[in-house]
Design a protein around this ligand. Structure first.
Ligand SMILES: [Zn+2]
Length: 251
């Protein structure tokens, strides 16, 4: 493809920063190209083309070039599909969306991204925007996200003895090895994150259900806490760093 040729993409704004006097550099997550960073020339001046569109979390239809060799794309036009206004006006939703954004930025490189990540991102922002409980949206996002990037935690059997889940045993998640240990195999005094049967059942359902049915899943208060603690610890282990925006979540 000629790199001057323009294509259309459905995209979510992940990051936006001013560049020089009149330009804006924007990082998107696109349906077909994954993460894409581009320059919107004159965006600070051109009210008609870009105003109120290049904002973090906005869903857009873009007209852009496809960059090569890690160069910037040229963003020719942007049409707003959804500004997710309710999400922006609710602090719990906004801080949750910020955690989701941080995970996507951590896990992707330019022009890379799993095909399933764009629909998951849109589902998460739409769910937050329509008033779903933010922490449940975050749990559902994270469990699917880890699976999409190829690091699904092992939650259907004990890592040590290999036995499938049984209702007469209790389980802990072992962060460093990314899986469960049953009560028999858990070493005393080691760092343990308890995952009760109810939590494991809800997480398994969250992995199996199609996106459009995810919002039917329920998590008890206890399951929410267990799931969030485990998903947070697992993410820190996976990326070997703190998830900065996590501290701003409203629990
Ligand atoms: Zn075991």
């Amino acid at each position: 493809m000629n790199n001057k040729q323009q294509v259309e993409s459905a995209a979510i704004v992940l990051d936006c920063r001013e560049h020089g006097e009149s330009d804006v550099i924007v990082t998107f997550f696109c349906r077909h190209y994954g993460r894409l960073t581009g320059i919107a020339k004159g965006a600070k001046r051109s009210k008609k083309r870009f105003v109120n569109k290049l904002e973090i979390f906005s869903s857009l239809q873009l007209l852009h070039t496809v960059p090569q060799n890690n160069r910037l794309a040229f963003i020719a036009e942007a049409d707003l599909c959804d500004g997710f206004l309710s999400l922006r006006n609710n602090i719990s939703c906004y801080t949750t969306a910020s955690v989701i954004r941080e995970f996507v930025l951590l896990a992707t490189k330019e022009m890379e991204g799993d095909d399933g990540l764009y629909p998951l991102l849109i589902w998460s922002l739409s769910s937050l925007n329509s008033g779903r409980p933010p922490l449940i949206v975050l749990i559902l996002f994270l469990i699917r996200f880890y699976a999409l990037i190829g690091y699904s935690p092992i939650l259907d059997s004990c890592l040590e003895c290999g036995q499938q889940l049984r209702t007469d045993k209790t389980y802990c998640f072992h962060v460093a090895s990314g899986g469960l240990r049953c009560s028999k195999c858990t070493e005393k005094g080691t760092n343990r994150l308890k995952l009760s049967q109810g939590t494991l059942k809800s997480l398994a359902a969250a992995l199996q259900q199609p996106l459009e049915r995810l919002n039917r899943l329920q998590f008890s208060k206890n399951s929410q806490e267990e799931a969030l603690t485990f998903l947070h610890s697992y993410g820190r282990q996976l990326f070997q760093r703190e998830i900065v925006s996590w501290a701003f979540l409203i629990k």
